[in-house]
Design a protein around this ligand. Structure first.
Ligand SMILES: C[S@@+](CC[C@H](N)C(=O)[O-])C[C@H]1O[C@@H](n2cnc3c(N)ncnc32)[C@H](O)[C@@H]1O
Length: 342
């Protein structure tokens, strides 16, 4: 991961993408464009080419040139729908890497009569992740930018699979919506919808202004603003079942009395033994390794968060008072879970 992070920081993919010549960019040209020492950059490129992140192609001069691959385009610094650079840069900060050194202690049972040690993030930093982001605006911004990557892929895939998802909907509250990017994309697509981006006060207060989106600061454990639809993406996986049931009950309260009221959860559903996988495409099945990686990320970075199987999702939704649940896998790592109250 460190060398891939280095490639993103140097802007190698952007330099190759922006190269306008007929002949591919050579090492000399790439070094000069990035202000790098050719000897060092050459070794880094040799590594990245070997791992099929960039491709070597002959240049007109007879030198070796470089071209992009589908993978290297994910490393573009400029924001396009496919870039994962913001996630890569956030997950590879010393802050996010430190908790991984405590993963084994999260797994080990404490000796009889002793309390378990704090979760990995707290062992590394003394406080849970969202308290850390509240106290460190720089890290909070990195975190919000990283989360936006996911929103940029998820919404198109969600509406591709479920074009009727927002039929008859007038207001949507995005719970734990971060800097509001996801909701602004949604409101652009359905301009009649009034969006409420709801997050912790330190996040909502620096959220990006966007037409049709109001930013509201608060605590989802206390209350969720009222709306026709509660959208909640990659939030419930941060919490244990008890916390999720509390959040979901507040979500149910937020849609109480609404004619088309529903809660839409966008989160991973991990495969379980005996699950019927027939409804999933080959790509959705292949993405299971990412869901399982996300589950490890939850173990390292959250207090008791986890990725859930369908059975586990049904349990917390049932406990929170949702009587009908419709699950649709979409062409990303996530599924869309629509939950309807009685
Ligand atoms: C993993 S991020 C997901 C962000 C966004 N939904 C997305 O997918 O891009 C979790 C979000 O939950 C927010 N959050 C954490 N605790 C919260 C609370 N008690 N009330 C409201 N939001 C909270 C965080 O600030 C963060 O923006």
């Amino acid at each position: 991961m460190a060398v891939v992070k280095c490639a993103a920081e140097l802007g190698i993919a952007d330099a190759i993408e922006g190269h306008k010549g007929e002949s591919p960019l050579t090492l000399a040209q790439l070094s000069s464009a990035l202000g790098c020492d050719p000897a060092h950059l050459g070794r880094i490129m040799r590594f990245l080419v070997h791992h099929r992140i960039f491709r070597e192609v002959p240049a007109a001069t007879g030198d070796v040139g470089y071209s992009q691959t589908a993978l290297s385009r994910r490393l573009l610094l400029r924001q396009d729908g496919k870039s994962v650079t913001d996630i890569l840069l956030m997950e590879s900060t010393p802050v996010m890497l430190a908790p991984w050194h405590y993963l084994s202690s999260a797994a080990r049972s404490p000796p009889a009569g002793e309390k378990p040690p704090p979760p990995p993030f707290e062992q590394a930093h003394g406080i849970p992740l969202f308290e850390y982001t509240a106290a460190n605006p720089g890290h909070s911004k990195l975190f919000d930018d990283a989360m936006n990557c996911v929103g940029r892929w998820t919404l198109p895939a969600m509406f591709e699979a479920l074009p009727e998802l927002m039929d008859g909907v007038g207001t949507v509250v995005d719970v734990g919506g971060g800097n509001g990017t996801t909701l602004s994309v949604l409101v652009k697509r359905f301009p009649w919808i009034k969006g409420i981006n709801f997050d912790l006060p330190h996040v909502a207060s620096v959220a990006i202004e966007s037409p049709g989106v109001e930013h509201v600061g608060g605590d989802m454990f206390e209350r969720v603003p009222a709306a026709d639809v509660v959208f909640i993406m990659l939030v419930l996986h941060d919490w244990n079942d008890e916390d999720c049931i509390r959040i979901l009950k507040n979500c149910r309260e937020a849609i109480a009395g609404r004619e088309n009221g529903k809660v839409i959860i966008a989160d991973a559903v991990v495969a379980d033994h005996g699950d019927d996988e027939d409804g999933k495409s080959q790509k959705q099945k292949e993405l299971e390794h990412v869901r399982l990686m996300l589950d490890m990320v939850m173990m390292a970075h959250t207090t008791l968060g986890k990725e859930r199987t369908l059975k586990e999702w049904r349990f917390i939704l049932d406990q929170a008072g949702f009587t009908r649940v419709v699950v649709t896998p979409i062409e990303t790592v996530l599924s869309v879970i629509q939950a309807f109250p009685a």
